[in-house]
Structures are given as C-alpha cells and as structure tokens.
Design a protein around this ligand. Structure first.
Ligand code: 5GP
Length: 236
C-alpha cells in the first residue's frame, strides 16, 4: 500500500490518502489544544502514545465484537484505517462527575454515578460543539433513530470493556468521548481515537489525573502522565 497526498490536518492528527480508495492513513501529532483551540501547546511523545494506545484498545474492542475503523498499525505514529463518513456527533460517556458535567450542573468532581450518563454534542467548530439530545440529532438529520440506537449501545458496551481493561491497570475511567463513522455499506464503526486526549483517567488509589486535564489545567508533568498510562496499558 502506498501513502499518497494529505487530505486533512486536524488539531491532533493528519490524514493521508492511499492507493486503495477504501483506506486512509492517520498520523498522530504531538500538538495539543484545549478550550476550543484557545490553549495550544506540545506534549512531546503524545502522538506515539495515542496511536499505540488507540490501536491496542480498538483491537481489544474488535475481539469483543465491536466494529472499529482500525486496519493496521504502520509505525509508531501512523495507522491504516477504513475511510468512513464521520457522523458529526461527539458521544460522551460519563461514570463520574468531572469537567463540563461538574461545571454545567454546579456539582463537585468525583460523584460516582449509579448508571453511566451518555451525552451528545454536535461536532461543529463554528457552533463550538453544542450539547444536544437524541431528538435534536435526529431533527438535524445528523443520524437516524436506528443508528443512534446502535451508537448508544456500542458506547455503553465500550464503556464496560474499557472500564474492565483499565481497572486491571489500576486506572478509573471517569469519562470519555467517542466518534463513530459509517462505511460505504452502511455499517456503523468506532472511529477517531481512545487516548488520554479523549478520556479522563484517574489513578484508582491516589486519584491522580493521568490524562489531558494535566495540560488543560496546567497541573504539570503532562508528558509523565501520558507515559505512565502507556506503561500501565502497553507495558512501555
Ligand atoms: P467534558 O465535556 O467534561 O469537557 O469532556 C468529557 C470527556 O470527553 C473528557 O474525557 C474529554 O477528554 C472528552 N472530550 C469532550 N470533548 C472533547 C473534544 O472536543 N476533544 C477531546 N480530545 N476530548 C473531548
């Protein structure tokens, strides 16, 4: 397979065409942004960790019957994935109050929910990714009712799987964001990434934050947190 022209450059990844129309290559960068792009920086080595961790977790999810866009890891920063139509929804699953849940509803961080909370935002930079409910998503024709049912079911199954994998690594899964895509034959697959950029990870014993909140909140030792997550999940 040949790498061809760059199709797109996002905040954390570049996307390249290949000589196979159904496949593209994602290349993970060390660039970090937060607060709608207002805060920018570099987290050295992040691209390598996010690429490897996403692929490791997507392979695990595939084993559990959850379809993903993952095809093949090419090198430490680059992976071949299926070309999909990204459904413009950010699907957030929360197990514990944190971040925007805590600020929006005026509660402290760290409240453990009895049931996971599934939340959606409209992936739209101009509108700053507004929160929406299932009726809004259907009215806006972002997806269909049937697809949304599948997405919600996958999101909850992914939550159970990730919680178990992370628990073994001494990490509590607080919340995370997923994106789904549709292949040309209409199959819904998990796309994007699963990494410390897109999840909140707290050390199970100390509660120490091991994710991008260290960057967002200037907590220091950002690279150290990513490296620690890599050691715990990937062994190096
Ligand atoms: P919150 O809504 O509290 O900011 O985020 C909830 C969870 O989803 C966190 O784990 C956060 O990392 C993830 N998340 C939500 N929106 C985004 C986003 O635009 N980019 C990234 N990388 N993660 C997000």
């Amino acid at each position: 397979m040949e790498k061809r022209e760059q199709l797109y450059e996002g905040k954390a990844k570049k996307v390249f065409a290949t000589d196979i129309p159904e496949l593209i290559i994602v290349s993970y960068k060390d660039d970090a942004t937060a607060f709608d792009g207002k805060k920018r920086g570099t987290i050295t080595g992040k691209g390598i960790i996010n690429n490897r961790m996403t692929n490791y977790l997507m392979r695990k999810l595939e084993e559990l019957g959850i379809p993903t866009h993952y095809v093949k890891e090419l090198n430490e920063r680059e992976t071949v994935v299926k070309k999909v139509h990204i459904i413009p929804l950010e699907v957030i699953v929360r197990n514990i109050s944190a971040g925007h849940f805590a600020s929006r509803y005026g509660v402290e961080e760290g409240i453990i929910f009895e049931e996971p909370v599934v939340e959606y935002s409209y992936k739209n930079d101009e509108l700053h990714d507004p929160l929406l409910n299932e009726d809004h998503a259907i009215a806006l024709k972002l997806t269909t009712k049937e697809e949304l049912g599948i997405i919600r079911d996958f999101a909850l199954r992914i939550n159970n799987a990730l919680k178990a994998i992370l628990l073994e690594a001494g990490v509590t899964l607080v919340d995370f964001k997923l994106e789904f895509g549709k292949t040309p034959d209409g199959t819904i697959v998990l796309a994007d990434e699963i990494s410390p950029d897109t999840c909140r990870f707290w050390d199970s014993k100390s509660g120490e934050k091991l994710d991008k909140d260290r960057f967002r909140r200037d907590l220091g030792n950002v690279e150290g947190a990513y490296a620690e997550m890599s050691r715990r999940l990937l062994g190096s």
